[in-house]
Design a protein around this ligand. Structure first.
Ligand SMILES: Nc1ncnc2c1ncn2[C@@H]1O[C@H](COP(=O)(O)OP(=O)(O)OP(=O)(O)O)[C@@H](O)[C@H]1O
Ligand SMILES: [Mg+2]
Length: 316
């Protein structure tokens, strides 16, 4: 079973205005609501591929109810911890030129009893054969060691852990002993270079990136998927390093492309696809995700079509 975890989900509210004005009243039109959460995007991709998952997270108040109902409308199974505070609502305003203004709430503070409930839920899911995919930022009330501790808890119980985090939370998770680091991580180029404290300039060649990914494999990470937007991706494991260009598509929204990549990697692991096929599926799924509006996943048929165009080259 695949379990996706979003500790800091949001109700995403998108609206339009003609021209956005400060110090003035703006009347919003065409308001749409969506379930915002990186783990929810991962679950949606898995479903589009024909797989199953359970989405786990925190939900509170009326916004939390709305979030859960939107997740259910996507056909996804959810198992959330109810919290006392109210789930955040993030407002995105698009003007008539397409410019996007985002107003994000800080989100609720998680209370110690609520965290214990989450921990016990995840230790229940953390059994041999399960994949736990942890994605996104941490809510207030939880320390930067949260993912590190969850990784250790769940991995030592025999489950695989996928982690999509950055900054201090990623750094701490990678400081664990080899049996407690995440099994798979998917940094983008910025996140990987930030982790190593390297400035992004012309010296950062593919060979250098491959070396950095290999050094993480030496720490005990089984798969490093380094995503580079329209520049494609590098995949590393103990068996080697592969490079793929991005599959050319007409991109509508690249938001959540990385989440689709994780969904495809988790699906590929669960279905025991050979390694190269898992990486190819990750390329096709993420390119497909760019063709849809917002964070909606692509149809399986499109992913299969894009899979035919995927070329992985072994570079180390
Ligand atoms: N314009 C594009 N055309 C084709 N494929 C793309 C494009 N942008 C992204 N992708 C695919 O999606 C993958 C993930 O994208 P990216 O590196 O932007 O992830 P990310 O920064 O983690 O995004 P997010 O966190 O919003 O999900 C890329 O490795 C690539 O395979
Ligand atoms: Mg990302």
């Amino acid at each position: 079973m695949i379990v996706t975890v979003t500790l800091n989900p949001a109700l995403d509210k998108t609206a339009s205005v003609d021209v956005l004005k400060v110090n003035a009243l703006n009347r919003l039109r065409e308001i749409t609501l969506d379930a915002g959460g990186k783990g929810v995007n991962v679950s949606a991709m898995i479903r589009a591929l024909g797989g199953k998952s359970v989405a786990v997270g925190f939900a509170g108040g009326g916004a939390g109810d709305e979030l859960l109902s939107l997740i259910a409308q996507k056909g996804l199974k959810a198992d959330f911890v109810r919290i006392a505070a109210i789930t955040r609502t993030n407002v995105k305003v698009v003007d008539n030129k397409g410019a996007l203004t985002e107003l994000n709430e800080p989100g609720p503070t998680i209370q110690p009893t609520e965290w214990r409930e989450m921990e016990s839920k995840l230790s229940g899911y953390g059994v041999q054969g399960n994949i736990i995919a942890l994605s996104g930022s941490l809510p207030a009330g939880l320390g930067a060691d949260t993912y590190k501790n969850l990784c250790a808890l769940v991995r030592r119980a025999g489950a695989l852990v996928f982690l999509d985090a950055d900054g201090e939370a990623l750094k701490q998770a990678l400081q664990s002993e080899p049996d407690a680091v995440p099994d798979c991580i998917k940094p983008n180029r910025f996140e990987l270079l930030q982790y190593f404290g390297i400035a992004d300039d012309e010296r950062v060649t593919d060979a250098r990136l491959a070396e950095l990914c290999r050094s993480l494999i030496d720490k005990g990470v089984k798969v490093v998927a380094l995503s580079m937007g329209a520049d494609g991706a590098i995949f590393a494991s103990k068996n080697g390093v592969w490079r793929s260009a991005a599959i050319p598509v007409t991109a509508r929204s690249t938001v959540g492309a990385g989440d689709s990549m994780i969904g495809a990697l988790a699906y590929g692991f669960e279905h025991e696809l050979p390694e190269e096929q898992r990486f190819a599926l990750a390329m096709a799924a993420s390119a497909g995700a760019c063709t849809t509006v917002g964070t909606n996943p692509p149809e399986r048929a499109l992913v299969d079509e894009l899979l035919q165009k995927t070329r992985l080259e072994k570079i180390a």
